[in-house]
Design a protein around this ligand. Structure first.
Ligand code: PLP
Length: 398
């Protein structure tokens, strides 16, 4: 037997499995609503103008490709802090926030998980039920026991807020609570501003460690609006971790640009904390890649490019909302007995459609429309050219 002969096949990634089935489908009119990627009105993943302009500047500079510092490009980390906390934040003024460039939002979560495993090793981790499918695996791979807190209520198609609050109140002190800052993936159901207030109070009272995952800032109500929850957690005091990603908001998926920010109690504590975060990075991949971080830093710190980005992000947000509206209106005509109004209330790229596993299978088999078997659909691939086909197909399987 060879050294590796007893190794089992690892389970397939459920979402990548959909993409494989989609790629194998010969129907030219096939539609993939399974992935978490934004497509424009022409069905293409956009290359934003602000990114192209920043890249033109960078090519002109022809800078050598030396290593970045372990914690990443300083101008990038500073720009991320201003975006995430707000430029006038006390944690920036008091040097209590530390930010390290990360390999996408996933890399930021992993640095955070590895860091917490060193300094809060016995803590329980809690994620929403359901959550992004990689959350559990990431924290388990860092050595944590991962539990769920109540979140989605299939009956109301909204948040089971009483259940969530009760679960928060029952968590042992020092537990790590992972929350989606906005645009909850996979459900599209977010907390209201009032509900966030109650969650923040429960987290403070219970001595919990909040970890906000912000992968979709700007896809909900706006950049500042979506980031408001971070500022509210900061105002409540206590430790706070935030992972953020520019994969979606800059359409820079493959460049792997994200960051982990941590709020400490003092500048001195922050300096020690940063040294330990750097140790985690150093022993994983030494330092992050240059290109994506430079592109994002250039856009965020050049006023004209920054404005362009905000406009381009707003256009993505507005188009997604228009597709939600059209989806609901058209389904009302095609399937009058069914109420899909909740799709209008949902926020961000995703929607728990309420379709069953069997219905999702029929959609793929008979109509070449692909979705996740939990009923999650991504609204972003919908456009004027394909929405009627999708709505017709859904009306047929209902
Ligand atoms: N967190 C959530 C909730 C996500 O949906 C995603 C991506 O789909 C990520 C994190 C990871 O982002 P990235 O692709 O930048 O690693």
């Amino acid at each position: 037997a060879s050294l590796f002969s007893a190794i089992d096949m690892a389970p397939r990634d459920p979402i990548l499995g959909i993409t494989e089935a989609f790629n194998a489908d010969k129907n030219p009119a096939k539609i993939n609503l399974g992935v978490g990627v934004y497509y424009d009105e022409n069905g293409k993943v956009p290359l934003l103008s602000c990114v192209r302009k920043a890249e033109a500047i960078l090519i002109e500079q022809a800078a050598p490709r030396t290593y970045l510092p372990i914690d990443g490009l300083a101008s990038y980390d500073a720009a991320v802090q201003e975006l995430v906390f707000g430029a006038d934040s006390v944690v920036i003024q008091e040097r209590r926030a530390v930010t390290v460039q990360a390999i996408g939002g996933t890399g930021a979560l992993k640095i955070g998980a590895d860091f917490l495993q060193r300094f809060a090793p016995g803590a329980q981790v809690y994620i929403s039920d359901p959550s992004w499918e990689n959350h559990r695996a990431l924290f388990e791979s860092a050595g944590f026991v991962v539990n769920n807190y109540a979140y989605y209520d299939a009956a109301t198609r909204g948040v089971n807020f009483a259940g969530m609050l009760a679960d928060l109140q029952a968590m042992p002190r020092g537990s790590i609570v992972l929350m989606h800052a906005c645009c909850h993936n996979p459900t599209g159901a977010d907390l209201s501003a009032e509900q966030w207030g109650e969650v923040i109070a429960a987290v403070s009272a219970g001595g919990l460690i909040p970890f906000l995952d912000m992968a979709y800032q700007g896809f909900g109500a706006g950049i500042a609006e979506d980031g408001a929850v971070v500022r509210r957690f900061v105002a409540a005091g206590g430790p706070l971790l935030i992972s953020n990603s520019f994969s979606k908001s800059f359409s820079l998926y493959g460049e792997r640009v994200g960051a982990l920010s941590v709020v400490a109690a003092s500048a001195d504590e922050a300096a020690r904390l940063l040294s330990q975060l750097k140790r985690v990075v150093r022993t994983n991949y030494s330092n992050p890649p240059v290109h994506g971080g430079k592109v994002v830093a250039t856009v965020l710190t050049t006023p004209e490019l920054r404005q362009l980005w905000e406009d381009e992000l707003a256009a993505m947000r507005v188009r997604i909302r228009a597709m939600r509206e059209a989806f609901v209106t058209k389904l009302k005509e095609k399937a009058p007995g069914h109420d899909f109004d909740f799709v209008r209330q949902q926020v961000g790229m995703f929607s728990y459609s309420g379709l069953s596993k069997a219905q999702v299978e029929t959609l793929a088999r008979e109509h070449s429309v692909y979705a996740v078997d939990t009923g999650r659909i991504c609204v972003a691939p919908l456009n004027a050219a394909n929405i009627d086909k999708v709505v017709d197909a859904i009306a047929k399987v209902l």
